[in-house]
Design a protein. Structure first.
Length: 134
């Protein structure tokens, strides 16, 4: 599941919550969802926090165990269908382009400074030679 979007993950998480709720006759814990979907607990937690922010699921933290409920599955349709990784790649590409333009700008400034230094050195040599001729 490398190119899975938030949209697809939300469907998986909501389905897992519903199935586990049916099987266990109680709201599932984060670990149950993680185990069912074979996703790490950390990734499941990250996704559940996002879906909580989008008000798709509700998280009840009681006695150190987070229990998940489906709050509004219709809000899934508001999620972007583009994968998070491709959005991340786009941001990374934009950052690299900005960094490259800064590098080019820095190189041109360095070249200007080197040219100024060369001209100054030539002027000093000329003045020194003129001073020696007198």
């Amino acid at each position: 599941m490398t190119e899975t979007s938030l949209y697809e993950y939300s469907h998986l998480i909501v389905a897992a919550i519903r199935i586990l709720e049916y099987k266990m006759s109680a709201p599932p814990a984060l670990e149950d969802i993680s185990e069912m979907l074979e996703i790490s607990v950390e990734e499941t937690n990250r996704l559940c926090r996002k879906f909580k922010d989008f008000e798709i699921i509700e998280v009840l933290d009681k006695a150190g165990t987070a229990r998940m409920f489906v709050k509004d599955h219709l809000k899934i349709e508001d999620l972007p269908k583009q994968s998070e990784e491709s959005r991340l790649e786009a941001e990374l590409k934009k950052f690299k382009q900005a960094r490259e333009s800064k590098r080019v700008e820095l190189e041109s400034v360095k070249a200007e400074q080197a040219e100024k230094k060369k001209k100054l050195h030539e002027e000093l040599e000329k003045k020194l030679k003129d001073g020696l001729k007198k």
